[in-house]
Design a protein around this ligand. Sequence first.
Ligand SMILES: [Zn+2]
Length: 149
Amino acid sequence: MELIPCCHCGDLFPPSPRHKSQDYCMKPKCRRAKKAAWKRHKMRTDPDYKFNQRMSNKKWAEANPGYWKGYRKKNPEKAERNRILQTIRNRRRPKNKDVNAKVDASLIAKVDASKSSNFKVVGQFWLVPVIAKVDALKVNIHEISTPYH
Ligand SMILES: [Zn+2]
């Protein structure tokens, strides 16, 4: 039987003859990834499902007050990552629904932007993948001396 690569882990696996379009292997983490991908798709394409999920989450949060506050306190890295990702989502979101809306000038690249030298890329940053579905990565960028100048 021909082996196919798993969409999540990349390992080769024998597809089930019953599921012609199987693209995830049977490892628990890959099955979770498949379910999460399905849910993301459903949230994007099914307004009723999205509404029901929101209502359900809201109801649960009301029944468990303080859970998310405690979660953020216990997992400051995840809270920070989420804050960054939300900032990116907010920037991508159109300012208003008007099709002829003004384009946000701050999002347009300036030709002379590279001339600015007062911005130093030194410090702690999150590398946030825009397309690939992988976790964000925290990096430290240090300044090193350049002896050949
Ligand atoms: Zn897999």
